[in-house]
Design a protein around this ligand. Structure first.
Ligand code: NAP
Length: 321
């Protein structure tokens, strides 16, 4: 039986990845800053809380990490922990860099020190590319990060490459474009839109306040993105991969489709709030996921419309409870 260690197991991707690995027969361990009941909600929702071992860990403490790796000897580590909101990163730049980058250095140093054949997946991000200005991102596109979050992820991405080259460790960067699910926290715009639209369809008179609607993103389905993470660690040699659907849509389309799905006219329920505009908002990003398709045999099967339908159905179920 293989052992997987997931840092950030309580988050959206951590929970789906844990479920996927348990179904594959792995022993799954996960770390959280604080394993209280509220944190474990996603694992409970997926019905796997009892099938994982959750360990409280301060990723900024090197000694705690070494102890953990020596005690459990994981075959695979999935580094998903960290402050993951772009907008929050402007308010909490230090926390973002400490959790995404400094803590990763601790893990890399610990792996280097224990010298066991462990493989590591790092959650890099499409945000590293910054403004693509009409270009389609590949694994060779240069980074121009535009937020503390993107800067933290870009630094971590290069750390992975550097440790891979100099220490000959099995380390992969997954450059994931946006991926959504019912487990997204409400401070993310997709969940905010879906939740508000469902409440409005249920009789709420609220207005949905949004910032720029002309931005475009590539939105995929989180449960299938975690499969790509696993595929990377099953390859003969480590590499970096873009994971995306390859289809980009505007936020306005996301909003329109969400409301149309509930037979509502979005324009009657949405208010544009200029205080939510950010100077450094990336207007558009487009991905070429063909390398992952060729090497990992991974391809997205669900696109924005499917993602909205799935999120909506989960939200409607939630409102019925
Ligand atoms: P998430 O739901 O925010 O989960 C991240 C987890 O990290 C949280 O559950 C939390 O666990 C831990 N965490 C949060 N803030 C932290 C901090 N300041 N210090 C240490 N740990 C912290 O994120 P996700 O959507 O699952 O994404 C997983 C990873 O992929 C993240 O690194 C994210 O940046 C990256 N990523 C996500 C996307 C996407 O579209 N979802 C795209 C590209 C990259 P505890 O509270 O239990 O410690």
């Amino acid at each position: 039986m293989k052992t997987a260690l997931i840092t950030g197991i309580t988050g959206q991707d951590g929970a789906y990845l844990a479920k996927f690995l348990i179904e594959k027969g792995y022993l799954v361990l996960g770390t959280s800053r604080n394993k209280n009941i509220k944190n474990l909600q996603n694992l409970q929702l997926l019905g796997i809380q009892g099938s994982t071992s959750i360990i409280s860990l301060n990723l900024n403490n090197y000694d705690e990490i070494i102890d953990l790796l020596e005690q459990y000897c994981p075959d695979e580590i999935y580094y998903l922990a960290g402050q993951s909101s772009v907008s929050l990163s402007f308010e909490r730049p230090l926390e973002t860099i400490e959790s995404c980058t400094s803590a990763l250095i601790n893990i890399l140093e610990a792996i280097k020190s224990i010298r066991k054949p462990v493989k590591l997946y790092h959650a890099s991000s499409s945000e590293c590319f910054g403004e693509l200005q009409g270009r389609v991102a590949t694994e060779h596109t240069s980074f121009e990060p535009r937020s503390p979050y993107a800067i933290a992820k870009a630094a971590s991405h290069w750390l992975i490459k550097n440790y891979r080259d100099t220490q000959e460790l099995f380390l992969c960067n997954g450059i994931l474009f946006n991926h959504e699910s019912p487990l997204r926290p409400v401070n993310f715009v997709t969940k905010k839109i879906v939740s508000a639209a469902c409440r409005i369809a249920n009789g709420s008179k609220e207005k949905l306040n949004l910032g720029r609607l002309d931005i475009s993103r590539d939105w995929g389905w989180a449960p299938e993105y975690v499969e790509a993470m696993w595929c990377m660690l099953q390859m003969d040699s480590p590499d970096d991969y873009i994971i995306a659907t390859g289809k980009t849509h505007s936020l306005k389309d996301f909003v329109r489709y969400t409301f149309e799905y509930l037979t509502l006219n979005w324009e009657e329920h949405v208010e544009i709030n200029k205080s939510l505009f950010r100077d450094t908002d990336i207007t558009s990003n487009t991905a070429d996921p063909s390398y992952a398709k060729k090497k990992l045999k991974w391809k997205a099967s669900l696109y924005m419309h499917d993602v909205i339908k799935n999120m909506m159905n989960a939200e409607v179920d939630l409102l019925k409870k």
